[in-house]
Design a protein around this ligand. Sequence first.
Ligand SMILES: CC(C)(COP(=O)(O)OP(=O)(O)OC[C@H]1O[C@@H](n2cnc3c(N)ncnc32)[C@H](O)[C@@H]1OP(=O)(O)O)[C@@H](O)C(=O)NCCC(=O)NCCS
Length: 394
Amino acid sequence: MSAPPEASEPPGNAKGTVSSAVRKDTKGPEGQVMPECTQLDGVQALPPGQTLPESTVLQAVDVRSAGDDVLRSMFAVATQIEREDVPEPPWVPELEWVAELRADAGIQDRADWLVRDGAGAPVAVGHFYASRSGENSHRAKLVVQVAPAARRRGTGTLLLRLVTGAAHDAGRTVVQTWTTAAGPGAAFATRWGITAEDELELNRLRVARLDRTLIDRWLERAKERAEQYELVWWDGRCPDALRSTYAEVRQVMNTAPQVSDHVDEVFTVDKLDELEASWAEAGLPWWTVCARQRQSGRLVGYTELAFSDEEPALAYQGDTAVDPLHRGQGIGRWVKAAMLERMLRERRAVEVVDTDNAGSGDAMIAINRHLDFRVILRTERRRADLADLATRLG
Ligand SMILES: CC(C)(COP(=O)(O)OP(=O)(O)OC[C@H]1O[C@@H](n2cnc3c(N)ncnc32)[C@H](O)[C@@H]1OP(=O)(O)O)[C@@H](O)C(=O)NCCC(=O)NCCS
């Protein structure tokens, strides 16, 4: 499925969750196609004994064509959930979130919904998204977020039905989602039989706490331990001459802790083209540093770091991976130390570096702990078979 369902025919309709469209704005300013809206006929969508405010409005959003105001309304919900989970700033800034969502939509199948209350304030969002192709195209990712003040009224369940319906229409068979380990999402997901598979950590490094002598020591040690290798840097798109070996080394991420239905990804240069175009569209500057085996010219390890121009205090650690054949020589520490050393020199405004790690990724966690990355949020990666989930949702 390449586009969200028509609002006049929402997937929920078949299940009696949404009434026919009552508002159908098709043209906005300058002829822009506006997302269409449907009025919730909520009561019959809800588990027994619950009600939705009658004036609640559900809007199917086509992220690629929606105006900034609609996407900002979606951000308004997402940022409330982020602040609930991570009480201390910095948080993902608004324009960056909007740009990333649009860029993601360029390379994903997706369907998105926004719920507003009677006063027009955004209160909930639902997202289905998935890779268009590739080895894991059986998997749908689902996100349902309801603002704290609007919870326990069935809105989350309604959105879960919609995103599950969209995933089904797109031919997916497994759903994946994430919940904060101790939060309401865990109880909600468990209620619907979406079970926890493994734990993830959001780790944050406070640059002020970073031991710069440790960075120097790791760089110094790499000279002895990894002398058959050299560092190669680029900013943004990978240079043409390295694209093939870089695409190959990215496949090492298959060896990171994965969920049970994971199928190893074959990472081609075409996929790299697509991914980099999407990152460029999102507008976040990013740096890559790789370890190259001098003799063969092959890239054997890498790390990535992205920056936020809108929130200069924030940097995002992307993948770090070392080919299993080249592990145990300090290459992981080397690329991480080299990247942080450059960041300290060239991006002096950065105050925190955030990174997601699988709770079972021992080597990566050991490196990050030495650098004083600290866990700020524990989440669970959860899954369900889509057919079973659809049956439970009724
Ligand atoms: C999880 C979340 C979406 C639930 O939204 P909601 O609108 O409150 O959900 P519903 O009202 O449809 O709840 C359905 C059922 O889930 C369970 N549930 C939901 N929140 C719960 C909580 N805090 N404690 C215990 N059970 C809970 C209950 O069984 C509930 O039915 P009940 O109210 O009749 O007992 C919302 O709390 C949220 O946005 N959390 C943060 C984001 C997140 O974790 N999303 C989930 C993963 S995608």
